[in-house]
Write a protein that binds this ligand. Structure first.
Ligand SMILES: Nc1ncnc2c1ncn2[C@@H]1O[C@H](COP(=O)(O)OP(=O)(O)OP(=O)(O)O)[C@@H](O)[C@H]1O
Ligand SMILES: [Mg+2]
Length: 442
């Protein structure tokens, strides 16, 4: 949680900063309205504590500016004794609460926390309504990422999002779109790895009637469809080399030509790309063009795996519960302390997606409206049995797990493929194919 304090009195700024930080709440302090505006443009805040009377821009004008600019965090007004009519004006201007000087700082902290909590709930409900996503995360790592998003979303810079599977790359892409200047335009997503190679080009660029056999009608490509909005190139690491050149040209010239077309047209879509592959490594191995990499890598957002930001687990878990309560019409209220501990001790190789799956399943199996450790059934997951402190490399992909299982079984049966295949529950042929595929030596 991060709070902005705006007051011309230095001792109030210092006092509130101290009390907030004792509660683990980050706080910045501005000495007047102008400086508060600057802080708010550059950082995301969960709440604002603002003095009504200040020289220069006063609290009311600041409030009005905030609402005009679309800032939606709750604001608490501080007013001097006797300023009742001003306080009323403040509430009308959208302040959620007001406090009269002299005040008890501890009580102010409690009120701030309460307001932020109810605001978070409201945000969740709203984002659920339009099917959008809420970007949850209060850890230092996620706070830093939120800051990058807030800073770059309004620009037109190309963003490259990287991170393991399930870390929330798509959530970030949508968040960038939501906070961008093109948020009223479309968010068009394409999963590069999911489209057959021979169709990819026409999906992206579109074609004119008669461009090739079967092109009976003109087709609009995704670059065009995303005009005035965002084009999300998901799994960009799977882009075939021939197409990489073409995409590079589009990004350089900001123009596209439909297949079979003669004239080019400008593209005006914000480009966001994501991949769970290590693009730098792919560049080194010659699988991904270096020039395209640099074109995409203008702003880089690297999502850390969930096991490296465990402090986000409780908040994410609460969010997931509220999401599935809504979807499944349930009334699960939360976790037992043991269940929460168990979650924090899990290594989540599948990241937030795994957390979501575990909780969804637990909600279905829970006997009461509180989820306990048994409901979570953490033994039944890929990384079960691995210690919480396991280094990241201990997280297995499905392929790793398969390879390991084969090696172990072959070892146990002293290289006898028939026996090993039987034990693994696959045919001997499949086993031999996999041995070759994984380069396993017997
Ligand atoms: N910070 C977050 N706040 C809320 N939900 C999240 C967050 N991060 C991830 N999720 C949820 O976790 C799931 C996986 O997220 P997402 O699809 O964005 O991951 P990804 O990084 O794109 O994964 P992949 O590489 O497998 O495509 C989604 O259901 C998403 O809503
Ligand atoms: Mg994804």
């Amino acid at each position: 949680m991060r709070v902005l304090i705006c007051d011309d009195e230095e001792n109030i700024r210092n006092l509130m900063k101290r009390f907030l930080s004792m509660e683990g709440i980050e706080a910045d302090a501005a000495e007047n309205g102008l400086s508060a505006q600057r802080y708010m443009r550059e950082n995301p805040y969960d709440a604002l504590l603002v003095d009504l009377r200040m020289p220069g821009m006063d609290g009311l004008s600041l409030l009005k500016w905030m609402r005009d600019e679309g800032f939606r965090m709750p604001a608490i007004m501080i007013s001097a004794h006797g300023d009742v009519s001003d306080a009323v004006a403040a509430l009308k201007q959208g302040a959620q609460d007001y406090i009269v000087k002299p005040f008890d700082p501890e009580e102010v902290v409690i009120r701030i926390k309460g307001l932020v909590e109810s605001q978070n709930l409201r945000n969740m409900v709203e984002s659920g309504k339009d099917g959008g996503s809420t970007f949850i995360g209060e850890s230092a790592e996620m706070a830093a990422i939120k800051r990058i998003i807030a800073k770059t979303a309004p620009s037109s810079a190309t963003v490259l999002i990287t991170g393991e599977s399930g870390t929330g790359k798509e959530v970030v892409a949508r968040e960038i779109h939501r906070l961008s200047s093109v948020s009223s335009g479309p968010f068009v997503a394409i999963n590069i790895g999911g489209v057959p190679e021979n169709l990819l080009e026409s999906e992206l660029f579109g074609y004119e009637k008669g461009a090739f056999t079967g092109a009976v009608q003109r087709k609009t490509g995704l670059f065009e469809l995303a005009a005035g909005g965002t084009l999300f190139l998901d799994e960009i690491g799977d882009m075939p080399p021939a197409l990489q050149v073409k995409i590079l040209r589009v990004l350089q010239e900001r123009k596209i030509t439909r297949l079979g077309g003669t004239s080019s047209m400008p593209i005006n879509a914000r480009i966001v790309a994501a991949t769970n592959k290590e693009l730098e490594k792919q560049v080194r191995e010659g699988k991904f063009r270096e020039d395209l990499f640099y074109r995409l890598n203008v702003v880089r957002i690297e999502l850390p795996p969930l096991r490296e930001r465990k402090s986000d687990i409780p908040l994410l878990a609460a969010y997931i519960i509220s999401k599935y309560n809504r979807i499944m019409g349930m009334r699960i209220s939360g976790f037992t302390p043991e269940a929460l501990e168990a979650l924090k001790g899990h290594s989540f190789c599948g990241n937030v997606r795994e957390l979501e799956n575990i909780i969804e399943r637990a909600m279905i199996f829970a006997d009461s409206d509180v989820i306990d450790a048994d409901d979570l059934d953490l033994r039944n997951t890929l990384d079960a049995g691995r210690s919480a402190a396991a280094p990241p490399s201990e997280c297995l992909t499905l392929r790793d797990a398969e390879r390991e299982a084969i090696i172990r079984s072959l070892h146990r049966w002293e290289g006898n493929r028939t026996r090993a295949a039987e034990e693994l529950g696959i045919s001997r042929r499949t086993l031999i194919t996999k041995i070759q595929e994984y380069g396993i030596e017997i």
